[in-house]
Design a binder for this molecule. Structure first.
Ligand SMILES: NC(=O)C1=CN([C@@H]2O[C@H](COP(=O)(O)OP(=O)(O)OC[C@H]3O[C@@H](n4cnc5c(N)ncnc54)[C@H](OP(=O)(O)O)[C@@H]3O)[C@@H](O)[C@H]2O)C=CC1
Ligand SMILES: [Fe+3]
Length: 496
């Protein structure tokens, strides 16, 4: 058999890890090491119809009982001799103990599954070190992004992709085929020099959440500080009023809705910019700038962080009347009213403002909850593309509109009340509104017939100054992205 080529696996166990011992004549997949990863991998391989032989320093002690019955646990030498593809399920610091197997492993495919111990090391990757140790074997880096429990549970959405890199194209193909047979989706990560990035990948904590979370923190810090200065510090400095009790609840609760609204607007702004760019360029076959591309890819996270802040705002708001300070203030107001001999404090306009403001808030939160739920892959997969884009795009804009109305009815006519501008600082809601209003007006602009028609044509492949031309998707660059992010009518989809 040519070097690195794997014979077709025979279905020995028909998916049952506890099936009887496989036919010894069938080529086996080898695993060196008997730890957590080895056991999960062996179970997955057996369940996928492969014959598995595990090599241990001490096969008697090697936890035979922890492997499915169909797995052969033997010495490292034996495993190396019987398999053409071997997974090295050891920690990299123990690779050198395998040096005695160099001859037995010559011409075979070695799969390095290890992860980096820390980010930003100066040394070569673990896989490259393994390749140096076994120059006559074909080393492939793979499977390290899959955790032992994910292997055991079987491939699922979100944990299905296996990054694979190697200097040997043939060895890479063998492992790609093997991973496919196990139900994973292989992703070619290039040559072995990419192994460091692949090894570092599992160490990076929530990489796609970094930007949105930092953005939310920055916005929170800004609005919190602003409300602190305007609502607590200035009254203290100017009038000697002690309002510091507002810091834990009231000030937080005035920053949270601001963050939620700005983040919601930031979900739609990149789609709007993408549409404007396409209109200006007269084509969708041109790459967006990298920053816009990254922004488009993070809308789901931006939307979910926005929903999180809105939900917190709702809980804080419900708790406002529970506070001692609220009770004292109410009593004081009632006492003052009695003193002033005012019998009825009902103000019709205030009543209506509050009713509308609360109703908009509840509705916005409800629609955002719907968007958040449908952004889950398991729920989204149950919808057709039309249903999904309807919810994420149309309802997304509905959520932004209602949330903006919530803030507008909260502000009411106070934006025009001079008394609200203490030391020239406008109330916080005045600062919140420009961004969502701009996004909503921009979206409205795109529905104007001239813009909508041109955009629809562009998204069907029309290019300004040229006849309709066919362009294969591979050449289209990321100019195709709006197709993925919109419903074709110019609506950027949210949370996607
Ligand atoms: N666990 C996980 O979720 C994941 C693990 N990985 C990678 O898989 C590799 C193994 O991880 P894991 O299974 O969790 O580790 P374990 O510690 O559970 O197992 C490692 C195995 O290495 C062998 N070993 C232990 N000490 C030595 C030694 N001094 N010299 C030689 N061999 C030794 C042992 O097998 P024996 O005694 O039978 O020879 C042991 O079972 C690591 O590189 C890890 O980064 C990658 C992705 C996920
Ligand atoms: Fe609110």
């Amino acid at each position: 058999m040519p070097k690195g080529e794997m014979k077709k696996p025979l279905l020995l166990c028909s998916g049952d890890p506890e099936s009887p011992l496989p036919d010894p004549g069938v080529p086996a997949v080898g695993i060196l090491g008997t730890g957590d990863f080895s056991r999960s991998l062996a179970a997955r391989l057996v369940a996928s119809g492969h014959r598995v032989v595990v090599g241990s320093r001490n096969p008697r002690r090697g936890g035979r009982g922890l492997f499915p019955a169909a797995v052969e646990v033997t010495s490292q030498q034996e495993a190396a001799a019987h398999a053409d593809v071997l997974f090295v399920a050891l920690f990299p610091e123990h690779y050198s103990t395998l040096a005695g197997l160099r001859g037995a492993l010559a011409g075979k495919v070695l799969v390095d599954v290890s992860n980096a111990a820390e980010l930003g090391r100066g040394r070569p990757s673990n896989a490259e070190q393994l390749a140096d140790l076994f120059p006559e074997s074909d080393v492939v880096k793979a499977f390290n992004v899959i955790s032992a429990w994910a292997l055991l549970a079987g491939p699922r959405d979100g944990s299905r992709q296996v990054l694979i890199c190697s200097n040997s194209g043939r060895a890479k193909n063998v492992i790609m085929e093997l991973s496919r047979s196990m139900g994973f989706v292989p992703m070619d990560a290039g040559r072995l020099s990419s192994a460091r990035d692949v090894e570092d990948a599992p160490l990076r904590l929530f990489p796609s959440w970094r930007g949105p979370v930092l953005c939310a923190l920055g916005l929170f810090l800004f609005f919190y500080t602003y409300n602190f200065v305007r609502g607590v510090l200035l009254p203290y400095l100017v009038k000697g009023q002690n309002l510091f009790y507002r810091l834990p609840v009231e000030t937080v609760n005035s920053a949270l809705p601001a963050v939620a609204l700005e983040m919601l607007a930031l979900v739609y702004l990149p789609g709007l910019l993408a549409a404007l760019l396409q209109l200006r360029r007269g084509t969708k076959y041109q790459r967006f700038p990298d920053w816009l591309d990254r922004w488009l890819c993070q809308r789901k996270q931006l939307g979910l962080v926005s929903f999180f802040c809105a939900a917190l705002h709702a809980v804080y708001s419900l708790c406002l009347p529970m506070r001692r300070s609220a009770r004292y203030r109410l009593l004081n107001a009632a006492y003052k009213q009695v003193q002033d001999k005012v019998e009825n404090s009902w103000v019709e306009e205030e009543v209506w403002r509050m009713e509308l403001y609360l109703s908009f808030g509840i509705l916005a939160l409800g629609v955002m909850a719907l968007l958040a739920i449908t952004s889950l892959p398991s729920v989204g997969n149950a919808l057709t593309w039309r249903e999904f884009t309807f919810i994420q795009s149309r309802l997304g804009y509905v959520a932004l509109t209602i949330a903006t109305l919530h803030v507008l009815t909260f502000g009411w006519n106070r934006a025009f009340d001079r008394a609200q501008y203490a030391l020239y600082l406008p109330p916080s809601f005045v600062l919140e509104l420009p961004l969502p209003c701009t996004v909503l007006l921009g979206r409205l602009g795109l529905t104007l017939p001239c813009a909508a028609r041109r955009l629809a044509r562009i998204r069907r492949g029309w290019e300004s100054g040229r006849h309709l031309r066919f362009q294969p998707p591979s050449e289209a660059g990321n100019g195709d992205a709006p197709e993925d992010v919109s419903d074709g009518g110019g609506n950027p989809a949210m949370f996607v």
